[in-house]
Design a protein around this ligand. Structure first.
Ligand code: DAT
Length: 175
């Protein structure tokens, strides 16, 4: 019943979302390698194809142009077999995804990862608060059917391994 959206594609699509630093890209890269699914890192697409309307000095990030992003990804995603990696999930059409994974990381672990990434104290604090308030989890629940949204812990390498295996199994069961 998780395949309700798959009317026009043979392979499912997975959204991997979560606050920056929760481990989306690490998981997506390994998942793509193991399954042959295509990893779409939305942030990279935005930078490479200028799918934004400038830099936001306050939030220290590009201001995404949602319409441009969706137009750019539409053809690929509608074929199926895509793993979309982004820190937000409410800008995409609901029909695109058969499974929406929200990665979650404990505050102090997330803090350390973002510090290692060289983020400013302000940006670290904003992201840790976003994680505490479960902003992305809430966004996922509001944007997709409850039964396709899964929250997964992403603190340790064991978590990463377990999440990877679970998703590999899900893809094999649904292709
Ligand atoms: P994101 O794509 O969500 O911003 P990332 O994949 O770049 O996150 O990971 C951020 C850092 O944390 C990176 O150095 C790898 C590490 N990491 C990711 N997932 C992890 C996990 N489950 N356990 C330990 N470290 C992890």
């Amino acid at each position: 019943n998780s395949l309700i959206n798959m009317s026009s594609r043979d392979k499912p699509n997975i959204m991997i979302t979560g606050t920056p630093g929760t481990g989306k890209t690490s998981l997506c890269e390994q998942l793509a390698r193991e399954t042959g699914f295509r990893h779409i890192n939305v942030g990279d697409w935005v930078k490479e194809k200028s799918l934004h309307s400038g830099w936001d000095d306050d939030f220290e990030c590009f201001v995404l142009d949602d319409d441009k992003v969706c137009d750019a990804l539409e053809e690929l995603v509608e074929e199926g077999g895509c793993i979309v990696d982004h820190h937000g999930c409410d800008m995409f059409p609901e029909r695109w995804f058969d499974l929406v994974i929200v990665l979650q990381t404990d505050n102090s672990t997330l803090f350390d990862r973002l510090q290692r990434r060289g983020y400013s104290q302000k940006k670290i604090q904003e992201n840790v608060e976003c994680e505490i308030m479960m902003v992305v989890a809430e966004e996922a629940r509001e944007s997709y059917k409850e039964e396709i949204v899964k929250l997964l812990p992403s603190n340790t390498s064991e978590d990463l391994e377990r999440n990877l295996q679970q998703l590999v199994d899900w893809i094999r069961a649904n292709t």
